[in-house]
Design a protein around this ligand. Structure first.
Ligand code: ADP
Ligand code: MG
Length: 612
């Protein structure tokens, strides 16, 4: 797996494989089961809950990978009830914290939180209570900033610790530690200090983000060298995934899709920009849906209001940036639509994970276009992606544009695009990039479930010609123009510039449109050609020109590199021996056999153009 940092040497054991953690003979088992029923009203434990609780109560450091909605909170809330002392919980969002505290107070468990935006007197009061001999709180929730910036807090924790009253440290949403994650928060990286200062206090790290790279980052940053890992399958059999080529008719498609399969049901449409959110919401309202938009530049109160209306089903559809999501626990979200390519796999996974928490069939639809890929990439490099929900105080653009993180973000995006495309052509590509996601997709992806025939072809010559053509035309044209010239178009514009490319004008005439553009896009993903994004208008659209990356192109011309592409059967060889592209004309309305309403999968009839 090329994307996992190899420098990390982390030792851990797989708790999930160890039978001892599921034992019912721990000294606390009786009380555990009783409190689970009595205090929390749960009839039983969900997968891994008992195991995690037993491990953390045995004093081990534990790392838990559990899908959103899987019940991670209980794994520290029950131990907190049973053990003496106070449990420190680090959680990234004040709104999440308030939600948790509300639930705890409802079941009569005293809990408090500290955040920087609280009145100082209020903070003083809580700190005073922590200092008292019999502190009434079972929980202290804090934001990571508080740990990083407040010496006062650390001193109080030390004091608690010396009085043997610091029972456990919980890092919720622990993927925020990792730059590989979708919610990177610099302050989470400073949390390693807790293990240094309190090496004997068990740490429990919780996340729903399952990739290896994230996990290893987290374990490393928190200093959990010998922790026990619990993970469980992230496959959500009730979610149906489809990827659909994005055309100009995308919003009509979405309207049709919702009316056909999820009318009056609840869903989220993730959009790339704030403008998109508003546009999509407006259009859906025109189509008669109860839709609203939600994004980071709205007032807090306004956002809370929208979220509330949505929870109460007064609004069905929220068109949102990724600012909408963390901590959302509406069980009957029937669809999650990505209007544009998400910027990372982890983000995509978590966003889709908000669908179908009640276990009933739900849809995840992703609209993919190459131009969105370029657009997201541009936004990432400009630092204008609505990173996450952490609004003020979080130096978004600084973070996004600083070297290494920028690279990581771009890489994350590329991995996302790769995964989307790879799954679409699961038969075309055998390299396993991210094993967990492979299985996650392959089981339920419409495209993957189609058996396609495909033809492998050596396209080295085509690739060389395209690179040459880009150079001959002065590296100042878009990919569309280069392809037109290559196919021998006689449009006015091409004619005007024809002299610059005489030799290769029409050299690709015998190829189908689909094939040349596939090769061209492959050259871009291989970094042999580079899309140089030129300008971005108000609506976030960008135009780009192709440039040649000489050092990479060299291998192609020296013969060191050949290029083989497996072309999907939609690019089929006709009787004349020519390649003919069947454009992936996929719209949800054109389905030949519409699936019955109970099957929410809106299967595209032919696979998406699977090249980037
Ligand atoms: P996570 O943090 O993993 O996303 P939560 O801890 O917020 O999930 O729990 C999600 C929901 O599942 C909550 O409503 C919680 O009450 C419920 N839940 C947790 N554990 C159980 C259980 N053992 N039985 C029934 N419901 C549970
Ligand atoms: Mg949670």
């Amino acid at each position: 797996e090329p994307y996992i940092p190899k420098y990390l040497e982390v030792k851990y054991t797989e708790g999930s494989n160890d039978k001892k953690w599921s034992s019912r003979d721990f000294p606390w088992t009786k009380k555990l089961e009783a409190d689970n029923k009595k205090v929390f009203g749960n009839p039983s434990f969900r997968p891994n809950q008992r195991e995690v609780i037993n491990a953390t109560m045995s004093g081990c450091d534990v790392f838990v990978l559990m899908p959103t909605g899987g019940g991670k909170s209980l794994t520290y809330q029950l131990p907190a009830l049973i053990c003496p002392g106070i449990t420190l919980v680090i959680s990234p969002l004040v709104s999440l914290i308030q939600d948790q505290i509300m639930h705890l107070l409802q079941v009569n468990i005293p809990a408090a939180y500290l955040s920087s935006n609280m009145e100082w007197t209020e903070q003083q009061e809580i700190l005073r209570e922590l200092n008292s001999d019999v502190c009434k709180y079972k929980f202290l929730y804090v934001t990571p900033e508080k740990v990083a910036k407040s010496d006062v807090l650390l001193r109080h924790l030390e004091s608690l610790h010396t009085r043997e009253s610091l029972a456990r440290i919980v890092i919720d949403e622990a993927h925020c530690v990792s730059q590989w994650g979708h919610d990177f928060r610099p302050d989470y990286q400073g949390l390693g200090i807790l293990k240094q200062k309190f090496p004997t206090v068990p740490v429990l790290a919780l996340t729903a983000t399952a990739t290896m790279s994230v996990k290893e980052d987290v374990v490393q940053a928190l200093g959990l060298a010998n922790c026990i890992i619990f993970r469980q399958s992230f496959n959500r059999p009730n979610l149906r995934y489809s990827v659909i080529p994005k055309t100009k008719k995308c919003l009509e498609d979405i309207d049709n899709f919702i009316k056909k399969f999820h009318f009056d049901q609840c869903g989220i449409i993730y959009c790339l920009s704030r403008m998109d959110c508003e546009r999509v919401a407006e259009k859906l309202q025109e189509y008669g849906h109860k839709a609203a938009f939600y994004h980071g530049s709205m007032e807090g109160a306004q956002r809370a209001n929208i979220q509330k209306q949505w929870s109460k089903d007064e609004i069905n559809i929220i068109c949102a940036t990724v600012a909408f999501g963390m901590g959302i626990n509406k069980p009957d979200v029937r669809f999650v639509i990505h209007h544009s390519l998400p910027k990372s796999i982890e983000g995509y996974h978590q966003e889709c994970g908000r669908a179908g928490r009640d276990g009933l069939p739900s849809s995840c639809v992703l609209y993919y276009s190459y131009s969105d890929y370029i657009r997201v990439k541009h936004m990432i490099s400009q630092g204008t992606v609505d990173q996450n929900s952490f609004g003020s105080g979080y130096g978004r653009s600084n973070v996004a544009t600083s070297g290494r993180i920028l690279e990581t973000n771009v890489e994350n995006l590329l991995r996302m695009a790769w995964i989307v495309l790879k799954c679409l052509r699961s038969l075309l590509c055998n390299v396993s990039m991210l094993k967990s996601f492979n299985t996650f997709f392959r089981k339920t992806c419409d495209n993957c479930s189609k058996i396609q025939k495909c033809i492998e072809k050596d396209v080295t010559e085509v690739a060389k010609q395209l690179v040459e053509l880009v150079k001959m035309t002065g590296q100042k044209f878009s990919s569309a123009h280069v392809l037109e010239v290559y196919r021998g178009s006689l449009s006015q514009y091409v004619k005007k510039h024809r002299h610059e490319s005489l030799r290769l004008h029409g050299a690709g005439k015998h190829l189908a449109k689909g094939e040349a553009s596939r090769v061209l896009r492959h050259l871009v993903t291989e970094d042999i050609l580079v899309e140089d994004v030129k300008k971005s208008d108000l609506y976030g659209s960008v135009s780009s020109v192709l440039k040649v990356n000489e050092s990479k192109a060299y291998n192609l011309f020296s013969g060191a590199q050949t290029m083989r592409l497996r072309l999907p059967s939609s690019v089929t060889q006709s009787k004349l021996g020519k390649f003919e592209a069947t454009p992936a004309k996929v719209s949800l309305t054109s389905g030949k056999q519409s699936p019955p309403r109970t099957d929410p999968s809106a299967a595209p009839q032919s696979p998406v153009d699977t090249n980037l």
